[in-house]
Design a protein around this ligand. Structure first.
Ligand SMILES: Cc1ncc(COP(=O)(O)O)c(C=O)c1O
Length: 393
């Protein structure tokens, strides 16, 4: 179907941070499957462990206990604030599960008949009907009404606005069951969360017994230089969702909850493929390799290098670049509103310079390379970005 506007490239091979097209042209990949190929392409450890897993057991069913799923859940619970995990196959599915959980929490814990979930403007939570209804960007809603009801939106990082909504809506009776929010808005323009905002948000949620759900689909699993994006804003959520980078390019998503939010019971939710041995083996290998190879240290070192390079680019192109921003290895270049150039123009030009980058809206260029990117590769990324931007002066 014609659901994608595709770029003029057919990629057939990858290794590390590099991909090749049919003509054998080599590109530096700062898209990495949109923040999924954590260990880069064709990682040896991933290849070996998945081969072994295919020979042992690929898929059974959640009718049975699954060893790889238990091991992955144990790792996730050990390395995060969560106490239990539900596995699914994508980010949208993980958020869909979080929304169901929030509804049930609203009914059972707070006695709300029609629970409301607050979500941020410019957010992105996925494309299933509930996830897209939770997404604060009208362009994704167009033609799909009636949307799932029960969502209200607030401006990102605006605590006064949220405080007012909560005061108004909770005045006479409980009505808000949850707030869903990204620690850094990815698709919405690589927009980092403000620490003070999140600290106050946590306080408000505690005070009113509102579940705080963090969508870590794009920010989780080391992308920000910490295991989880919530560490960057100094809080712990009640619930968080992950996907993208968890499987290193293989589909897997997860809903993680603290004990106080563990409201789903047998029969409430399920997935045929969720948490299958192959997907869990992929994720286990990814997280264990991040630990073994000290990849978070690399994320932070390469991030400093990239951030400094982006500051230089800003100085070199002050008329086109408004600012650069991000955490770890999710970095964005924000174009000035008044320039005619869009991020899509730049993505297309970058392909000519043998560099893959991705837009986050019409005015933000996003870089989300594999977390294993090397020092010389960051230099090449910056050189190619410079050559790309030079074409627009
Ligand atoms: C923050 C966030 N949530 C949810 C999603 C949806 O994930 P998926 O495409 O795996 O359904 C995305 C995808 O870009 C995302 O960035």
């Amino acid at each position: 179907m014609r659901t994608y506007t595709r770029l003029p490239l057919r990629l057939i091979k990858g290794k590390g941070c590099w991909v090749w097209d049919e003509q054998n042209t080599k590109y530096l990949d700062a898209v990495a499957g949109i923040a999924t190929c954590t260990l880069g392409h064709s990682d040896k450890a991933l290849e070996l462990s998945l081969r072994r897993q295919l020979k042992t057991l690929q898929h059974i069913s959640n009718l049975y206990h699954i060893k790889e799923q238990e091991d992955l859940a144990e790792w996730l619970v050990d390395k995060s604030c969560a106490d239990s995990v539900f596995f699914c196959n994508s980010g949208a599915e993980a958020n869909e599960a979080a929304i169901k959980l929030a509804r049930k929490y609203g009914h059972k814990k707070r006695g709300i008949k029609k629970p409301i979930i607050l979500s941020a403007k410019s957010s992105f939570h996925g494309r299933t009907l509930a996830a897209v209804s939770a997404t604060g960007q009208p362009k994704y809603h167009k033609d799909f009404d009636p949307l799932v009801e029960g969502f209200k939106f607030f401006p990102y990082n605006d605590i006064n606005f949220i405080e007012n909504i909560i005061t108004n809506l909770e005045k006479s009776q409980p009505s808000i069951s949850a707030i869903i929010i990204e620690p850094l808005q990815g698709e919405g323009g690589v927009n980092p969360g403000n620490r003070n905002f999140f600290l106050k948000l946590r306080e408000l949620c505690n005070k009113h017994e509102i579940l705080l759900i963090l969508d870590e689909v794009q920010t989780g699993v080391g992308r920000c230089g910490t295991w989880w994006g919530y560490e960057k804003v100094g809080i712990e959520p009640d619930v968080f969702t992950v996907a993208k980078g968890l499987g290193g390019g293989h589909p897997i998503g997860a809903l993680l909850v603290k004990e106080n939010a563990d409201f789903l019971e047998p029969g409430d939710h399920a997935s045929t493929f969720g948490g299958n041995p192959f997907a869990c083996r992929a994720a286990l290998t990814v997280v264990k390799e991040i630990e073994r190879r000290k990849i978070l240290e690399n994320v932070n070192a390469r991030s400093s290098q990239l951030v400094n390079g982006l500051i230089d680019l800003h100085k070199a192109f002050p008329n086109n670049i408004k600012e650069t921003r991000g955490w770890g290895l999710i970095q964005g270049i924000v174009l000035r509103e008044e320039t005619k150039i869009t991020s899509y123009d730049i993505v297309n030009e970058a392909i000519k310079q043998k560099l893959l980058i991705v837009a986050a809206g019409p005015k933000v260029i996003r870089m989300v390379p594999p977390l294993i990117i090397k020092k010389n590769e960051v230099n090449i990324l910056l050189e190619r970005l410079y050559s790309t931007l030079k074409e627009f002066i």
